[in-house]
Design a protein around this ligand. Structure first.
Ligand code: ZN
Ligand code: ZN
Length: 454
């Protein structure tokens, strides 16, 4: 699709302006970014040199050190690691086996914060629930000693909105099963692929609820288990999951800045998260996001000092509960943020822009939409909510921009061992950098005040 857009952009790349208007300057920065190599280089280095970066582990700490060094070498100012404590969970052994006449292994992975089985595993009868609502309807105590198994009907969508409908199967299903006495819970992976790739992700056991063993089956394995249950005879499983809580370890947010000319004009924060799940190398989630926001900020920096400070936030511990975003908000809520945005939905092309501006900023929203239009990006009427790490800022009243990426294949890969560099399309990645560069060029140099509220 991008190849259809590129000729139009190329035509715009060589205007003959009588004078260098702000719009010409934005267009020139945007179009030059279609040749960007910074984002891919960063994504390649994070996934290759650092590998998986599970929150709170030595691997995440190594990534933060690398990030401080790399962002400093790129010329950013005030580069620092802001540490915070984190209860750290790590994966152990993970195996599941159907017992009896149809005995066979199933592919799964423990959910973050899962409890552990005994080292020798546990055995139990499977109780099937087609949906989370069916699990909620199970009578209290009816699952004692049983292994709950919850399915769902997630399908692919460009905007990824089905994660909103089916994400709770993973986030809240295990605690509901625990409260009803289940010995363990399995869910169908919250994903849209048909490969034997289980999708990791966090679950939450509220205070007072004992963490039970909780794991996601790869989609084909979940369907296999459904077929076995459909035969009518009781299905028993042996499950071995031995994750551990290591205790309090250190995580941190890495911050880098392009200082603005006018400190009173405020800060534009652009975010991603540096931590990843441990199964793959976190290429689309979210090394690419870190590459995109740093590349765009670098391109603005190299073009001359912007009016507003641009702050790059490579957050830590997003995957395990947005602890980096929360730590950033607590430490910096008093800073003069005027706008927040995050790239955390892969590396495929941006197709839509959502904003959250005060009505008085409509001319700014219009200039932003015009700057993005040549990249094939449509302005929507949806309010920007920010990615996870900046959502607290936007909820607190800071203006926001969401540059929405095409999520059609995002949940084929999300949180799986298959989230690796080869899934990043360099051409689409450059379109992202061009959009972020245009956005920063518009907002960082806007002469009017920026606000989400009047
Ligand atoms: Zn992410
Ligand atoms: Zn994620």
């Amino acid at each position: 699709m991008l190849s259809l857009i590129l000729p139009a952009v190329a035509a715009l790349a060589h205007p003959a302006p009588v004078q260098d208007s702000p719009e010409d300057r934005v267009a020139a920065l945007r179009d030059a970014a279609l040749d960007d190599d910074y984002a891919y280089a960063i994504t390649e280095a994070i996934t290759t040199e650092l590998g998986p970066r599970l929150a709170g582990t030595p691997e995440e700490a190594r990534a933060r050190k690398w990030a401080v060094s790399t962002l400093s070498k790129m010329g950013f100012k005030n580069v620092r690691d802001e540490p915070f404590p984190l209860q750290t969970w790590v994966r152990g052994a993970e195996r599941a086996e159907v017992l009896g006449d149809s005995s066979q292994p199933l592919v799964l992975t423990a959910l973050g914060n899962s409890g552990a089985t005994p080292e020798t595993g546990l055995e139990g009868e499977v109780v099937f629930f087609p949906s989370l609502d069916d699990l909620k309807d199970a009578p209290d105590g009816s699952l004692a000693g049983k292994i709950a198994f919850v399915s769902h009907a997630m399908t692919r969508t460009q905007d990824g909105s089905q994660y909103g409908y089916y994400g709770p199967v993973r986030r809240t299903g295990p605690a509901i099963a625990a409260q009803k006495g289940a010995a363990a819970i399995l869910i169908r992976s919250v994903g849209t692929d048909s490969h034997r790739m289980p999708h990791a992700g966090s679950t939450v056991f509220p205070a007072g609820t004992t963490a039970i063993p909780a794991a996601a089956l790869a989609v084909p394995d979940a369907e296999q288990l459904e077929r076995l249950i459909g035969r009518g005879a009781p299905v028993r499983l042996k499950l071995t999951l031995t994750p551990r809580i290591l205790g309090t370890r250190q995580s941190g947010n890495v911050i880098a800045e392009v200082p603005g000319r006018d400190p009173a004009a405020g800060i534009v924060v652009v975010a991603c998260h540096l931590d990843s799940w441990d199964l793959g190398t976190g290429a689309i989630d979210d090394a690419a996001g870190c590459g995109i926001v740093a590349a765009a900020a670098k391109r603005i920096m190299d073009a001359g000092r912007p009016r507003r400070t641009i702050r790059v936030l490579w957050a830590g511990s997003e995957e395990v509960g947005v602890f980096g975003g929360r730590a950033y908000f607590e430490a910096h809520k008093g800073d003069n943020h005027v706008l927040a945005a995050e790239s955390d939905f892969g590396a495929d092309r941006i197709w839509r822009v959502d904003t959250k501006f005060a009505p008085a900023n409509q001319p700014l929203a219009d200039r932003l939409a015009a700057a993005l239009a040549p990249l094939g990006i449509a302005a929507s009427k949806q309010h920007a909510g920010g990615g996870a790490d900046v959502a607290a800022l936007i909820s607190a009243g800071v203006a926001g921009v969401d540059l929405q990426q095409d999520g059609t294949r995002y949940f084929d890969l999300h949180h799986t061992p298959d989230d690796t560099l080869d899934k990043v399309d360099p051409v689409q990645l450059r379109q992202n950098v061009a959009a972020w560069t245009a956005m920063l060029a518009v907002v960082a140099d806007a002469q009017e005040p920026i606000s989400a509220t009047n």
